[in-house]
Ligand binder design. Structure first.
Ligand code: FAD
Length: 382
């Protein structure tokens, strides 16, 4: 390869692809590399029996920022998928999420918002009184935090087992900050997100990423660290969206993650669970969720047009090097390690670090795009 690029973009995920798009509109030449054999990073969709499979977990685009919504829709039209997950509680019953009047009616038989609020407040007060009796001022762990926010009934039915599976630890051993607030909706509304806009690109996320990458050169199956010197020499600047600790050769130690393992199955049944997302709360069930992918793009009777369906069971997993890193573990050790790496990053004038791995933070898709926008707005030389 002889060309000189303005940017070597490490990672063809949403951050890298959005950066490539905005840079290309400024007539910058971009080479986008990814160590995977596909573009899209974690929003990549794999086709199976004509269904887009969210290979790295269910992805629902949601935002209240009209600018971001208009931007993604200018790349590819989005449908109006509304996420309305259902939870299977340890008692085997189905409950609506997020916690709303349908959930409270099913748990307590309450029929009006004021009855539900009264019940919630009774339970919250019980938890606060118990803490006071024990001489505890602030919730010491996630369990105490959840009890003060939502009360024992909802906690035990719909939070405890799920959270313990997710983190691989007891709620009483998890830090309180993981649950800062638990949204409660006193309306009969099963829409999980409160954002104005929500949906899935028609035809899947690959269409969005392909569009964003138009005009850029792409090289897959290419690990930056396997050929760092040569790849770096191809461009004036690097946009790095991989793991920040790896970029600095793990100088201060390794950042930790939680991972997820997906087990995908094709089933001879056009409509297995009747919605895209079902959460399994009980600790006796090893997976946290089952995703039925066709419901992201097929609504109503159109689910029956395809006689088969594809489901993925999500198993939370310990993370080890070599396993896909999914969720940053934002405890004290990892946060302070990350701060030290971010300080090193500030001293690299020719490298722009961005995205979930380089910033070591959980990022929804819309904020990733907003972050790239803000970079270009704050620096007209990009
Ligand atoms: P990634 O998508 O991870 O892209 C980084 C890319 O860099 C990867 O392709 C990787 O292979 C590549 N790379 C890394 N190191 C190297 C290297 N050394 N050399 C070459 N390439 C490299 N957000 C929502 O808005 N809605 C949702 O419903 C939602 N669901 C989610 C579910 C799960 C299970 C998870 C984990 C996240 C979810 N997200 C969701 C967040 C969403 O996935 C992120 O916002 C988005 O993927 C971030 O894009 P990124 O480019 O920062 O990272």
């Amino acid at each position: 390869m002889k060309e000189k690029y303005d940017y070597l973009i490490v990672g063809a995920g949403l951050f890298g692809a959005t950066f490539a798009h905005l840079a290309s509109t400024r007539h910058r030449r971009c080479l986008v590399i990814d160590k995977r054999n596909h573009i899209g990073g974690n929003i990549y969709c794999q086709q199976d029996n004509g269904i887009n499979i969210h290979r790295y977990g269910a992805h629902i685009f949601h935002t209240s920022d009209k600018r971001i919504w208009d931007f993604v829709n200018s790349m590819v039209p989005f449908n109006r998928y509304t996420n309305s997950p259902v939870a299977v509680a340890p008692n085997g019953e189905l409950y609506n999420l997020p916690f709303n009047m349908n959930t409270f009616y099913k748990i307590w038989g309450v029929k009006s918002p004021s009855e539900a609020l009264q019940k919630l407040n009774e339970q919250r007060c019980e938890a606060i009184k118990k803490m006071e009796t024990d001489g505890v001022k602030e919730p010491r762990n996630l369990e105490e935090q959840a009890l003060t926010l939502i009360g024992r009934d909802v906690y035990e039915l719909l939070i405890k087992g799920y959270t313990e599976k997710q983190w691989g630890r007891k709620c009483s051993d998890l830090p309180a900050f993981i649950i800062r607030r638990l949204p409660v909706r006193l309306t009969f509304d099963n829409n999980y997100f409160s954002d104005t806009y929500q949906g899935i690109p028609i035809g899947g996320y690959n269409k969005l990423v392909e569009k964003l990458l138009e005009g850029s050169d792409i090289q897959l199956d290419t690990d930056f660290f396997k050929d760092r010197e040569h790849l770096s020499s191809l461009a004036h600047k690097i946009v790095f969206t991989g793991k920040i600790d790896e970029f600095f050769n793990y100088r201060f130690g390794m950042l930790e993650y939680r991972s997820v393992r997906f087990e995908t199955e094709t089933i001879n049944n056009p409509n297995v669970q009747g919605c895209a997302v079902v959460n399994y709360i009980s600790s006796d069930v090893p997976y946290t969720r089952i995703i039925e992918h066709k419901h992201f793009e097929n609504f109503g009777d159109s689910v029956y047009e395809n006689p088969v369906s594809v489901i993925s069971r999500e198993y939370p997993a310990e993370w080890n090097p070599g396993i896909e890193p999914f969720y940053p573990v934002n405890d004290q050790r990892n946060n302070s390690l990350n701060t030290r790496y971010q300080e090193l990053a500030q001293k690299e004038p020719n490298v722009i670090f961005g995205g979930r791995l380089a910033e070591y933070r959980y990022y929804d898709m819309a904020p990733v795009i907003a972050k790239v926008f803000s970079l270009f707005e704050s620096d007209t030389n990009l």
